[in-house]
Design a protein around this ligand. Structure first.
Ligand SMILES: NC(=O)C1=CN([C@@H]2O[C@H](COP(=O)(O)OP(=O)(O)OC[C@H]3O[C@@H](n4cnc5c(N)ncnc54)[C@H](O)[C@@H]3O)[C@@H](O)[C@H]2O)[C@@H](O)CC1
Ligand SMILES: Nc1ncnc2c1ncn2[C@@H]1O[C@H](COP(=O)(O)OP(=O)(O)O)[C@@H](O)[C@H]1O
Ligand SMILES: [K+]
Length: 515
């Protein structure tokens, strides 16, 4: 699934109307009907008081369609028109007239704070005030209305997007955005749904296909590509009968320092679980017994130093190198890093302290082998690319960084974003149980394991992040997300692979949940 901008969706709207020979009113009816069906399926005729807040544009028009259909099916509905302007859209007006045919209780026109209704905790709110046409920050009594709704405990369902949230621009005033309990969005999710500063307003979301022209949508460059099971299935490289460990490559993991050998153990295991043929782990001397005991499958090379890495010497040609997990920032380690980057044609995963060393010694940036995969969490990213004003600014800076140094940048988080030049890929697997020590080390190992098998840098990054998140989801489902440890994520990489080709239960709902 792809993520489009508001402008692209408006264009898709136009093309669809032309190509399908339908009116924009019919498209709105289609959209409103889908939401009605969703609601009807979930409410199942329950006598819950439904309050629909409809703006004066097409999002409000959707609200009116939903209201009409609910009334026709016997639901207890009150529709409020948030009358913030006289410039009502044509389709709003058409549906405003239509709803009057199905009820004597005409929509209540709201013009000021004095018109705010009391909201009870067991009310069901449908937010259709503003959609993707928001063109300025809500102010005055409309902002107060959003606050009023936010203060209530009633369940809030947003139509297309929570009112006050821009689909692909930063929030201007946090108090002027509706905090939805659920969002039902049309055709494709919006970029704001995935970014840390805005995702909380959306909560969970479902995507309803409203039949916008697929050919048109395929012809435009999306803002981002979502990565879920259908994409991951295409990434997978089948093994051949006569393949052998040499085919799957030999990973070099450079990790660990005194007190942080666990990082080396975890990333080594993860590289194997992802499918590396062989793994050699380079560690300071103090870790020798630890590594040989905990991961007997791995070969081990030790540094001449006891407690940190000072000179990364090895006598084979690795098919991938993952470096940085728990290595610390000793000055000797900085020199070792400079030297190892001379292996220009080896694919690299660069993580943790290796990233911090680069941030503190920016001259190392020029030494970065092309197509390296960098895996910063937000703190490491800030040190690497500098601070940002908002999430969109962060993405622009990340794109520039990726373009300038020709690297794949993985911005880890609830929705991990993979940045490759101007392209963004958003992962949809993973859960808060993965916020646990060593989870990042597991990811680096997995990506190195994929690189060593010949996946290119972008594919290894995107597929690795997907598998890591999926393994975390499977671990969370078995153990409860609170109890997940990094080792559990690694142990479930096998299940994540198996799940790739399991046939899902037939889709019972009309919804298309991406997460
Ligand atoms: N292709 C699509 O995506 C479809 C979109 N539809 C609906 O249409 C919506 C977009 O409709 P519109 O373009 O009419 O826009 P909206 O309904 O989102 O709202 C825009 C209206 O509110 C005004 N406005 C914007 N910001 C304001 C503010 N801060 N304070 C006061 N007034 C403000 C605008 O001037 C305009 O009149 C979508 O979100 C969706 O709900 C559906 O009906 C069908 C198909
Ligand atoms: N709430 C969350 N939802 C999904 N994934 C998460 C969440 N929190 C953390 N993760 C994932 O867990 C990993 C944490 O990595 P990192 O912060 O480097 O951990 P560590 O340094 O302890 O190994 C990342 O891949 C991140 O995307
Ligand atoms: K809305």
């Amino acid at each position: 699934m792809k993520v489009f901008s508001a402008e692209q969706l408006y264009n898709a709207d136009k093309v669809t109307i032309e190509k399908q020979g339908i009116t924009s009113e019919a498209l709105m009816e289609r959209a409103g009907k889908q939401i009605f069906q969703w609601l009807h399926k979930h409410l199942n005729g329950a006598p819950v008081p439904i309050r629909i807040f409809a703006g004066i544009g097409n999002n409000g028009g959707d609200g009116l369609v939903i209201g009409r259909l609910l009334i026709e099916h016997g639901y207890d509905v009150v529709v409020y028109v948030v009358n913030c302007s006289d410039k009502r859209s044509d389709n709003f007006l058409l549906n405003y007239n239509k709803i009057k045919n199905v009820t004597k209780n005409w929509p209540i026109l709201m013009k000021s704070e004095a018109d705010f209704p009391k909201i009870n905790d067991d009310d069901f709110i449908v937010d259709a005030i503003f959609g993707i046409g928001l063109n300025r920050c809500p102010g005055g009594w409309v902002k107060k209305l959003i606050l009023h709704l936010n203060q209530s405990k009633a369940f809030k369902l947003a139509v297309d997007i929570p009112s006050g949230l821009y689909p692909n621009l930063p929030i201007e005033d946090k108090n002027a955005v509706l905090k939805a309990d659920h969002t039902i969005t049309f055709q494709t999710p919006k970029l704001a749904f995935f970014l840390p500063e805005t995702a909380a307003y959306v909560s969970n979301f479902d995507v309803l296909e409203i039949g916008l022209d697929i050919q048109f949508l395929q012809s435009v460059e999306p803002l981002a590509q979502l990565i879920a099971k259908p994409q991951a299935q295409l990434f997978y490289k089948q093994r051949n009968k006569f393949d052998h460990k040499g085919t799957f490559g030999h990973v070099l993991i450079v990790a660990g320092s005194y007190g942080k050998l666990g990082a080396a153990v975890l990333s080594t295991k993860a590289a194997f679980k992802a499918g590396a043929g062989m793994v050699t782990t380079f560690i300071p001397k103090c870790g020798y017994n630890i590594l040989q005991t905990t991961v007997p499958e791995a070969m081990v090379i030790t540094d001449k130093e006891e407690e940190f890495i000072s000179d990364i010497a090895f006598d084979f040609k690795p098919s991938a190198i993952a470096i940085g997990m728990g290595i610390g920032k000793n000055t000797a380690t900085v020199e070792a890093l400079k030297k190892v980057f001379q292996n220009k044609d080896t694919p690299f995963v660069i993580d943790a302290d290796a990233l911090n060393i680069i941030s503190e010694n920016k001259t190392l940036l020029k030494l970065l082998p092309k197509n390296s995969v960098l895996t910063p969490h937000p703190g490491e990213l800030k040190r690497l690319i500098g601070t940002w004003e908002n999430d969109y600014h962060k993405l622009e800076k990340a794109k520039k960084f990726s373009e300038k140094y020709k690297v794949v940048l993985i911005i880890k988080g609830a929705y991990t974003v993979i940045v490759y030049g101007s392209k963004l890929y958003i992962n949809t697997t993973g859960n808060p149980g993965m916020g646990t020590a060593g989870s990042g080390d597991a990811l680096s190992g997995i990506i190195a394991g994929l690189l060593s098998q010949g996946y290119d840098a972008l594919l290894a990054a995107v597929f690795g992040v997907y598998l890591h998140g999926k393994a975390g989801d499977i671990a969370g489902a078995h153990l409860g997300i609170d109890a997940v440890m990094a080792g559990d994520i690694i142990n479930n990489v096998s299940e994540a692979y198996l799940e790739l080709f399991k046939i899902d239960e037939p889709e019972k709902s009309i919804t298309n949940t991406t997460k």
